[in-house]
Design a binder for this molecule. Structure first.
Ligand SMILES: C[S@@+](CC[C@H](N)C(=O)[O-])C[C@H]1O[C@@H](n2cnc3c(N)ncnc32)[C@H](O)[C@@H]1O
Length: 221
C-alpha cells in the first residue's frame, strides 16, 4: 500500500476527514473523481504485485469459516485483484464488486474477462441499495476514506444491512486503527464478532475481523 509512504498517514486521514464535512452526496461525488484520478495509472497500490498485499489476501481467506457461500460482495474492490481470488476460492458463488471509481471498475472487468457470475458496479457504500442481500461481504482498506466518525458509523450500518441472516461481514484494516474503524460494528447489535486475527509480524500490521449478522428477521433491503 503506497499511500502512507507518499503522504504521512495522519495527513492522509485528515484529508478524508475534511472531505467528510461535505454532504454525503457531495462527499461521494468528490471521492469518485479523486479515485478516478488516483487510478490514472493501473494498480496504483500495487495490489496485484506486492507480496504484503497477497499475504493480506490469503490471511483474510484463511479466517473464513468453511461454508457454501452463494452471494458474495466486495466493497471497495478497486481493480478486482481480490475479487479474482474470491472467484477462484468460491467457484460456485455469484460475486459482486462495487467501487466508487468507474475507471477502477473498467480495469476490474478486463481483469476478470467474460464471466457471468462476477459483476462490477459503480456505487458508493454510503448510498448503495442492492436488490438482494449477501451471505458474505468484504470491506478491506476502504473505511478510512469515509472520514469522520459519523460517516464511518453510517457506512458500518450500511455494511451490516447488506447481510442475509447469519451472513458474514469481513473487515480488514490497519492495526490498531481497525479498533476505531470497526467500533461502530462492535457497539451495535446488528452483528456480533466471531473472530479477529491481528497480524503484527508485518511492516504494516492489520486486523481481519469477522462479524456475523443476527438471526432476528429484518425487513428486506
Ligand atoms: C485501497 S483500495 C482497497 C482495494 C481492496 N479492497 C483491497 O484491499 O485490495 C480502496 C478502494 O475503495 C474505493 N472507495 C473509496 N471510498 C469508497 C466508497 N465510499 N464507496 C465505494 N468504494 C470506495 C476506492 O475507489 C478504492 O478503489
Amino acid at each position: 500500500m503506497t499511500i502512507p509512504a507518499r503522504l504521512p498517514e495522519t495527513m492522509h486521514r485528515m484529508l478524508f476527514r475534511t472531505l467528510s464535512l461535505l454532504t454525503p452526496r457531495g462527499q461521494g461525488a468528490v471521492l469518485g473523481r479523486y479515485f478516478d484520478w488516483w487510478h490514472r495509472r493501473p494498480d496504483p497500490w500495487n495490489l496485484g504485485t506486492d507480496g504484503y498485499e497477497h499475504h493480506k489476501y490469503t490471511t483474510t481467506l484463511r479466517q473464513l469459516p468453511a461454508r457454501p457461500y452463494r452471494r458474495i460482495l466486495e466493497v471497495g474492490c478497486s481493480e478486482g485483484v481480490f475479487t479474482r481470488l474470491l472467484a477462484t476460492a468460491y467457484p460456485d458463488a455469484e460475486i459482486t464488486g462495487i467501487d466508487i471509481s468507474a475507471r477502477a471498475l473498467d480495469r476490474a472487468r478486463r481483469r476478470m474477462g467474460a464471466t457471468r457470475r462476477v459483476r462490477f458496479l459503480e456505487a458508493d457504500i454510503l448510498s448503495h441499495r442492492p436488490d438482494h442481500r449477501f451471505d458474505l461481504v468484504f470491506c478491506a482498506e476502504t473505511l478510512y476514506y469515509l472520514g469522520r466518525g459519523d460517516r464511518v458509523r453510517r457506512a458500518s450500518a450500511r455494511l451490516s444491512d447488506l447481510l442475509d441472516s447469519a451472513g458474514l461481514l469481513v473487515m480488514v484494516h490497519p492495526w490498531p486503527e481497525a479498533e476505531r474503524l470497526h467500533r461502530h460494528l462492535e457497539a451495535g447489535t446488528a452483528v456480533a464478532k466471531l473472530t479477529e486475527h491481528v497480524e503484527i509480524t508485518v511492516h504494516r500490521p492489520f486486523a481481519v475481523a469477522v462479524y456475523q449478522a443476527g438471526t432476528a428477521s429484518r425487513p428486506t433491503a
